[in-house]
Design a protein around this ligand. Structure first.
Ligand code: BG6
Length: 507
């Protein structure tokens, strides 16, 4: 049930379009894109005028692609939407199914794009989104070929290009990729996806801040002592060794997912909820980030790598013994950073960021720790040290918010006790199970770029981290931590040096 005063806006149905998925037989397409399209169809946000054209290398036809997806769902999701699930979802799949077609081809071969162009002409396709569910190394080449055959030309309808991180692997390569793409398409045609922005609670940060006087009033360096952003994962590298070993935790998570959260916390109120107004404010935060410099990188940046251990009832092997990982790898699977935001609002407020794999608990959260009260009247009572107020924004697992504050313990004496006031999305709203990609796909079709990264933001984020990338490439290696622990000792030292502590994982 929704609370009585909920403000609901009924979203309109997306316009007629064709979604062209490069890499249609891959994991992203099967695990996230197709289920999201089913959910969007079931909710009526996309209609029966949406067509899907899947592109892949394997031999096959339309029916082969459709049954391939059904088989994937059955073996990975059990009784899912396409079988015994909700009627609405099953009907949605049956309706969507008939609108899925397949084009076989090698994405590095120019002939594929000539064929695609012919198909567009034959079917008289207008609006189209080209979703590049491929390795990032192909982004530039695919865009170039689409441009060559005139498919990025918007005379017949919108033509949008969707790409997913990584957008480069450092500042220079991110700039080069942006330049290449922007020579072929305008910024308005580019949808750089950061799937964290599809998560309800991440979007909720803006609403919480800008729709609540009592929050925004204390949202500055007068009241906030520091902010912690944690993305702790229990998963290990698994079968992603070849991607991950060349990437590492810093590149994989920080300039994108963690910085998006940081920007939501740090941005100034935009003049409107218009995409450009929001992206302008976020860009200002990225430009104002003061990351570790060459001089203090050893103090303000910590890298770790997991060694064999146990998480729950599962044994986890050493990272360096994992499939496709070099035995002498220096890649980090954990990173902790201390950053600042050089602005009037945030001067002097440290932001501590940490993320890692094979940790004790899955926990994605933002913890805003407030300053102590200026004067503790309770010194006669033995309660000298009052615990700080905290706002805890829980993103995963379970979405919600908590506020830690201090109350009087019942009884004749003045004794204080810390308590938590909790709000849980699941207990308050009737929330449908979603992948997080529904909003992103819908927004792409609607032409709303609010939740997508803009070129300047991407470059500023890499720029802020370049000194750490350079220092780590030059020498040293990550500090070991046991799989199933809370991370390397150095990460605790990083925050404890400032007289603070990490918020406990899962607490
Ligand atoms: C991806 C990273 O972008 O995000 C993965 O490449 C990471 O390494 C994942 O596991 C985390 O996303 P989520 O939605 O599972 O928290």
């Amino acid at each position: 049930m929704m609370p009585a005063s909920t403000t609901v806006s009924k979203a309109p149905q997306a316009p007629k379009a064709t979604l062209v998925i490069f890499g249609a037989t891959g994991d992203l397409s099967h695990r996230l894109l197709m289920p999201s399209l089913i959910n969007l169809t079931a909710s009526g946000l996309v209609g029966d005028d949406l067509s899907i054209l899947g592109i892949g290398r394997a031999e096959g036809d339309d029916e082969w692609l459709r049954t391939g997806f059904e088989d994937f769902q059955r073996s990975n999701c059990g009784e899912g939407a396409i079988d015994a699930g909700d009627d609405r979802e099953r009907d949605a799949w049956m309706s969507l199914r008939s609108r899925i077609t397949y084009l076989r081809g090698d994405m590095t071969d120019a002939a594929l794009y000539d064929q695609l162009r012919t198909k567009f002409d034959q079917l008289d396709i207008g609006n189209a989104v080209f979703y590049l569910a491929t390795v990032s190394q192909l982004f530039g080449d695919i865009a170039e070929q689409l441009g060559r055959v005139g498919l990025l030309d918007e005379k017949k309808g919108f033509r949008r290009l969707a790409i997913e991180k990584p957008f480069g692997h450092d500042h220079a390569s991110a700039r080069a990729l942006n330049e290449r793409l922007l020579a072929l398409a305008s910024e308005k045609q580019l949808y750089r996806i950061d799937h964290f922005l599809g998560k309800e609670t991440v979007q909720n940060v803006m609403v919480t801040r800008f729709a609540n006087t009592m929050i925004e009033a204390v949202w500055n360096n007068n009241y906030i002592d520091h902010v912690q952003i944690t993305v702790a994962e229990t998963v290990d590298v698994g079968t992603r060794g070849s991607f991950y070993d060349a990437t590492g935790a810093l590149r994989d998570m920080v300039p994108n997912h963690l910085f998006q959260i940081l920007a939501m916390i740090g941005m100034e109120p935009p003049n409107s909820f218009d995409a450009e107004a929001i992206r302008n404010e976020k860009a200002k935060v990225f430009q104002a980030i003061r990351g570790p410099t060459a001089d203090n990188v050893n103090r303000d940046a910590v890298r770790g790598v997991y060694t064999a251990g146990r998480i729950g009832d599962k044994d986890v092997g050493d990272y360096r013994a994992a499939q496709d990982v070099a035995a002498d790898s220096r890649t980090e699977t954990y990173v902790a950073l201390k950053l600042g935001i050089d602005s009037w609002r945030w001067a002097g407020v440290p932001f501590y960021l940490r993320t890692g794999k094979a940790l004790a608990q899955r926990d994605t959260e933002i913890v805003v720790v407030f300053k102590p009260v200026p004067f503790a009247q309770f010194h006669d009572t033995g309660v000298m040290q009052l615990p700080a107020n905290k706002l805890i924004i829980q993103i995963q697992p379970g979405e919600g918010m908590g506020i830690d504050f201090v109350v009087k313990r019942p009884g004749p004496a003045i004794e204080t006790a810390p308590v938590r006031m909790n709000f849980s999305y699941a207990d308050t709203f009737d929330i449908a199970h979603t992948t997080g990609y529904e909003t992103l796909i819908y927004d792409m079709l609607m032409g709303d770029q609010t939740l997508f990264q803009r070129a300047d933001g991407v470059e500023a984020a890499w720029h802020a981290l370049q000194p750490v990338l350079d220092a780590w490439a030059a020498d040293g290696e990550p500090e070991p931590y046991v799989a199933g622990s809370t991370g390397p000792r150095g990460a605790d030292a990083l925050i404890e040096r400032d007289g603070r502590r990490w918020h406990g994982l899962g607490s």
